[in-house]
Design a protein around this ligand. Structure first.
Ligand code: SF4
Length: 442
């Protein structure tokens, strides 16, 4: 099996589950598509660009299939993920040789679906009732290869941010039983994993709708108590739902790393209202102050959408002002991308669309400012000693190992790869735009 994954951590995690489940039927992963008997593309539809990646990938995959058929063999082609959920039958009509199309909720049914697809074309984009939904507990077979791992804590989202397609493609929010989460963390630390990243669309609302279940803060404390857990990260947060109990966890839990991704999307209250984010810039800034009081070295990253329908010059200046006021270490910023079936499309229909050239100019300005802030944050680390979790060889320098600081910075330094999985003190000697260089401190 060859699985190509586009998009977010949730997709990466689902791919791990697909590998684990299909391995039970004898499928082995291969990096080389030409060797595969089953090709799966796990897709993303958060914006138009990632959606287009599917079509270029299918071009490659169909080429492999035709070559295999010419030799008398065959390859099964499958599309999974958010575009499969969003486009489903349309994809099957467009690509006559697609054997299987299945949405995120069907990941746990993949073995049965692949067996059926040997005899007929299969489409499965049904959402599973909350009472019947089962989170797969098989551990990603590649988990041994890294001291870090993702663990999902929920699926779907009940928020209705007007630009977002996730509730359409991943369905309503469902919290995974905390006992199952803790069991998966135990299984991962038993295999040498030291850093756990808890993932969900809106982790802060975890457990709130399940009687007797832990809250997100309580889950953090429970994971921190487990033997072998050295570091805890989580994503994605929602500023409206982040409460004082999570802020307090930054005081109490040294395992909680000093990096937080806290999407703000815009610095303008008018735009935040149109996005239905349900917090104000003032509330966001106050939350940042509370978090920094609890953890002074906290490195913040965020998401920005520019050119959202109706965004005025003054609105954009509010965004630029908030960017400077917080001093984000990094941010992921994009021009607004109209997504099928999302409420924000109505704003376009009534003529509030921001011209593409205006949106592009705003994006360039924001990204230029962010680069300056990011560089300043990197430069400020030179001379400091960072606790680094070693993850493997540096991608670029042979004989140099690589890891991450608590603030989620990549750092390369001379050392033995036998240190993978160890947390070692490293003095930062040089800062670059996206990474650091250092030397191990004896
Ligand atoms: S919180 Fe909003 S942006 Fe995030 S997944 Fe849910 S609807 Fe989308």
């Amino acid at each position: 099996m060859h699985i190509r994954t586009f998009g977010c951590q949730m997709n990466a995690y689902d791919t791990g589950k697909l590998k684990a489940l299909l391995a039970e039927d004898g499928f082995e992963p291969t990096e080389d598509m030409a060797d595969a008997d089953l090709i799966v593309v796990n897709t993303c539809s958060i914006r138009d660009k990632p959606e287009q990646k599917l079509h270029s990938f299918l071009g490659e995959a169909r080429h492999v299939r035709r070559a295999r058929q010419a030799q008398g063999g065959d390859v099964m082609l499958a599309v999974a993920g958010c575009v499969a959920q969003q486009e489903g039958a349309k994809l099957q009509r467009r690509y006559k040789d697609l054997d299987l199309v299945f949405g995120p909720d069907a990941v746990t049914r993949v073995r049965e679906l692949v067996k059926r697809a040997e005899h007929e074309r299969v489409l499965d984009t049904d959402f599973i009732d909350a009472d019947d939904y089962v989170f797969a507990d098989q551990v990603d077979p590649d988990a041994d290869a890294s001291p870090t791992a993702f663990v999902t804590i929920q699926k779907g989202c009940d928020n209705k941010c007007t630009f977002c397609i996730v509730p359409t493609t991943r369905g309503g929010e469902l919290s995974r039983p905390s006992a199952q989460i803790l069991e998966e963390v135990r299984a991962l630390t038993a295999r040498g994993v030291k850093e756990i990243t808890l993932i969900g669309q809106n982790v802060n609302s975890y457990g709130l709708k399940v009687a007797g279940e832990r809250t997100f803060a309580q889950l953090l404390y429970a994971v921190a108590e487990l033997p072998g857990v050295e570091r805890i990260r989580y994503t994605t947060s929602h500023p409206r739902d982040m409460g004082p109990d999570v802020v307090q966890a930054y005081r109490d839990l040294p395992q909680l790393t000093s990096h937080l991704h806290l999407p703000v999307q815009s610095g303008s209250d008018a735009v935040l209202r149109r996005m239905k984010r349900f917090y104000t810039r003032e509330r966001y800034l106050r939350l940042v102050d509370e978090l920094r009081a609890a953890r002074p070295d906290l490195a913040l990253s965020t998401d920005f959408i520019v050119g959202f329908p109706g965004e005025s010059d003054a609105d954009f200046e509010d965004t630029m002002d908030l960017l400077g006021a917080v001093g984000f270490h990094t941010s992921f910023s994009f021009r607004y991308s109209p997504r099928p079936g999302t409420p924000a499309l109505k704003l376009i229909d009534r003529g509030d669309e921001v011209p593409a050239d205006v949106a592009s100019a705003r994006l360039q300005r924001l990204q230029a400012r962010q680069r300056t802030l990011a560089r300043a944050a990197m430069d400020a680390m030179v001379g400091t000693v960072q606790q680094v979790l070693v993850e493997g060889w540096s991608r670029n320098d042979p004989g140099v190992i690589c890891g991450r600081t608590g603030t989620f910075k990549t750092i390369n330094f001379p050392g033995d790869v036998a240190l993978v999985g160890a947390t070692v003190p490293v003095r930062v000697t040089t800062a670059y735009t996206n990474s650091l260089k250092g030397e191990a401190v004896a």
